[in-house]
Ligand binder design. Structure first.
Ligand SMILES: C[S@@+](CC[C@H](N)C(=O)[O-])C[C@H]1O[C@@H](n2cnc3c(N)ncnc32)[C@H](O)[C@@H]1O
Length: 200
């Protein structure tokens, strides 16, 4: 007989419990915290665009880092329902079909574009990696349009066939680039983060 708690136990790990305790809606906040502690990506007063922001952990943490002098704009195709500080704005839309006009209405001259977008997984690593690659390329395309010169880009991608090409593309657009696998990322996950510092 199957143990009904097995699946829940798998997900209810240390980081999920910690997120609940600290009032973040998802454990993913610790990935951004690790990246922030290592690279100091987000600064007080910054203007941040958060792509794939639902349920809102990165949004809340980014808003803490920028403070009220800054602005955090979040986008997801799912509506976000958490309470947000006054310097956070949220739009519900699909990044794969976003129009330039709509993008412009969100503002420009962002200091950092962060993307934690992920496709619904199918279990087929080739399909999942291809869909993740599409999302990463869409995020990079948005970043190129809205980042201020010298701005930075953080993007999740599932490692697959397109990973090296995408990583090289980021390298060619930014002054410096890094690849980072947070400890809080599940070991079995093929996700990894690419960071581009200083848009050319
Ligand atoms: C891992 S979750 C993000 C978690 C978030 N960083 C947080 O800390 O709360 C990935 C998100 O990407 C979003 N997403 C996937 N494809 C998208 C698309 N085409 N346009 C906008 N959002 C998308 C999903 O709806 C999902 O909410």
């Amino acid at each position: 007989m199957k143990n009904p708690t097995t699946k829940r136990n798998r997900w209810e790990d240390h980081f999920s419990r910690q997120a609940k305790k600290e009032n973040f809606p998802a454990r993913s906040v610790y990935k951004l915290k690790e990246i922030q502690h290592k690279y100091r990506l987000i600064k007080k007063g910054d203007k941040i665009l958060d792509l794939g922001c639902y349920p809102g952990s990165w949004l809340l943490y980014a808003a803490e880092l920028t403070g009220k002098e800054g602005l955090v704009v979040g986008v997801d195709r799912k509506p976000v329902s958490i309470n947000i500080p006054s310097h956070v704005k949220i739009y519900t839309c699909d990044i794969l079909s976003i129009e330039d006009e709509f993008l412009q209405s969100m503002g420009k001259d962002f200091n950092v574009v962060i993307s934690d977008m992920a496709p619904p997984t199918t279990g087929n690593k080739f399909v999942d990696a291809a869909r993740s690659s599409d999302l990463s390329r869409a995020a990079l395309s948005v970043a190129r349009k809205v980042l201020t010169p010298g701005g930075s880009f953080l993007c999740k991608i599932f490692q697959g066939e397109d990973f090296k090409t995408f990583s090289d593309l980021v390298k060619s657009i930014f002054n410096k680039h890094k690849i980072f696998k947070p400890q809080s990322s599940r070991k079995a996950s093929r996700e990894i983060y690419i960071i581009g510092f200083g848009k050319n």
